[in-house]
Design a protein around this ligand. Structure first.
Ligand SMILES: NC(=O)c1ccc[n+]([C@@H]2O[C@H](COP(=O)([O-])OP(=O)(O)OC[C@H]3O[C@@H](n4cnc5c(N)ncnc54)[C@H](O)[C@@H]3O)[C@@H](O)[C@H]2O)c1
Length: 336
């Protein structure tokens, strides 16, 4: 089996590539990533000599490149993770979100269709459903009500993927996962940002009152579900993924400070994000029922091991923060 992972130098993608190589050692994984600011070739450093991992720097919106990769590597299945993924950045500049998340996905679909890829797995987010009140959970039947340019672009991509399934009979599966945490997450997202700031005794900026509720899942549990969606999912279906683990942001920040042995005086409340969704919670019963999957990592353990990873891999996130990671690819792969 030959699979193409797009966005495989990002947080979830780099963990997915590693999981696929470990769980399906006979598969070849081609990894297409543009290495935007969020892509970090250093997150793949341990795979450098792995003959069954082929890294290609390029854009998912480049039809010629995508078609040639699908052909050259006889790709059977695609995991499409490449995306602009940061809500705050989408508020500052939505254009690139449409280019990559919407047009890029459409190019991927066209190429996959032309090359007769057997299954196309679109990695989406619970944010397409918008925000919840104090109760209830999103199911696959919940209406799409995205509230940021990021989530709107992801919702548009989901609809295109499903439409390619209906219109052309392509075998497509869409997954919508809740908030991920774990190693190799870019330190602009809540958990790694707070860990890195606390380790440097910098203030921990918490949006508004910090009572926004998110449903957290370890990246490893998410990625096991993606593999299950490829192998067990039904064509044309959407699967919500989550681990029934809701926490207000402020409580997570407090817990991280406790694990790190730092005081709560580091917390600084800052002005809330415009249109900030109040609560997400996901009902993943369908995925559990149909994919033979369930999350395994308890939040307390996952959070502790994540903190431990950031403590032990200080060089990784420090190079991200200084911007030095951006030259890693040229330094290590430039001559190839
Ligand atoms: N992080 C989460 O909590 C979460 C939850 C649910 C779904 N998702 C989805 O999972 C996917 C991965 O998220 P992430 O958190 O790993 O994001 P990330 O920002 O860490 O990684 C995105 C990767 O895509 C690459 N990329 C961006 N534009 C590209 C393009 N035009 N062509 C090729 N590569 C490009 C970047 O270089 C980067 O390596 C996204 O589609 C996101 O919407 C994320």
């Amino acid at each position: 089996m030959n699979v193409l992972v797009t966005g495989g130098a990002g947080f979830i993608g780099s963990n997915l590539v590693r999981l696929l190589r470990r769980e399906r050692p006979h598969w070849t994984v081609v990894n297409l990533d543009k290495l935007t600011y969020a892509g970090n070739a250093e997150s793949l450093a341990d795979l450098r000599d792995d003959k069954r991992h082929v890294f290609v720097r390029g854009d998912i919106a480049d039809a010629e490149l995508v078609a040639s990769l699908l052909r050259e590597h006889a790709i059977d299945a695609v995991f499409n993770l490449a995306a602009e993924s940061h809500v705050d950045r989408s508020i500052l500049g939505p254009g690139i979100f449409v280019e990559t998340n919407v047009s890029g996905t459409q190019v991927m679909l066209d190429c996959a269709r032309a090359e007769k890829v057997k299954r196309f797995v679109q990695i989406s987010t619970d944010e397409v459903y918008g925000s919840l009140g104090a109760t209830g959970r999103f199911t696959e039947a919940s209406p799409l009500q995205p509230s940021s340019p990021y989530s709107a672009s992801k919702a548009a991509a989901d609809l295109l993927v499903l439409a390619y399934g209906h219109t052309y009979g392509m075998d497509v599966v869409v997954t919508r996962c809740s908030n991920n945490y774990g190693p190799y997450q870019f330190p602009e997202k809540l958990i790694p940002l707070m860990i890195a700031n606390a380790l440097e005794d910098k203030k921990l900026p918490v949006y508004g009152d910090g009572q926004q509720v998110r449903d957290w899942i370890h990246v490893e549990d998410h990625n096991r579900a993606l593999l299950a969606a490829l192998e067990e999912g039904r064509a044309g279906e959407v699967y919500n993924l989550g681990s029934d683990n809701e926490w207000p942001n402020l409580q997570i920040v407090g817990r991280l400070l406790e694990i790190l042995g730092k005081g709560r005086d580091l917390i600084a409340h800052v002005q809330d994000r415009p249109g900030h969704d109040r609560r997400y919670a996901i009902d993943a019963a369908k995925a559990q029922r149909e994919l033979g999957w369930s999350p395994r990592i308890a939040f307390a353990d996952g959070l502790a091991s994540t903190v431990d990873w950031y403590v032990k891999n200080r060089g990784w996130w420090e190079r991200v923060r200084t911007g030095e990671y951006r030259t890693f690819y040229e330094r290590n792969y430039g001559a190839r």
